[in-house]
Design a protein. Structure first.
Length: 161
């Protein structure tokens, strides 16, 4: 009798965990991703300095660098997610609408073709194609070696989607 109870309890707990994970995650839809290349790097200490411009990349530990293309159908969304490191994002065609989880007003930021933005990493956000044509985006992401590039996140509750 006790064995049946324990087995039934395990089935219920496993079911709730699976159901809860499904409800909380907001996966992508209408998105096709193509990975062009993945490179593995040791520690990076690169700097460029001129009289009008400077850049610096300084990592501790090994890194993976991803270069990919995302195609987002009209109405498509990446779902709420985060990344463990920074990404440089370029919108080639169409436009993206960016929402940030830490914005209590859920204000949309439109990124048109020919523009880009830097995702600092660690922040929760949602990116959608609210236009009428396919949006094409190129992304370069630098993340800790072996980490998942994209982490599904639950909806923060400050946006209606």
């Amino acid at each position: 009798m006790q064995t049946r109870f324990v087995l039934a309890l395990l089935v219920v707990v496993a079911g709730l965990a699976a159901y809860g994970g499904t409800v909380l995650a907001t996966p992508a839809n209408g998105v096709t991703s193509t990975t062009f290349a993945v490179g593995h790097f040791g520690e990076i200490d690169a700097k460029t300095l001129s009289s009008k411009w400077q850049a610096r990349i300084d990592t501790k530990g090994e890194s993976d660098l991803y270069v990919l293309e995302n195609r987002i159908a009209p109405g498509g969304s990446f779902g709420w997610h985060s990344h463990p490191g920074p990404s440089l994002v370029i919108v080639k065609s169409g436009a993206l609408t960016l929402y940030k989880a830490d914005d209590p007003t859920c204000t949309a930021e439109i990124i048109p073709a020919g523009s880009g933005f830097v995702d600092q990493g660690g922040d929760i956000h949602l990116v959608r194609n609210e236009g009428t044509i396919e949006t094409v985006v190129y992304v370069t992401s630098l993340i800790p070696r072996g980490a998942m590039r994209r982490i599904d996140e639950p909806s923060p509750g400050n946006c209606p989607f």
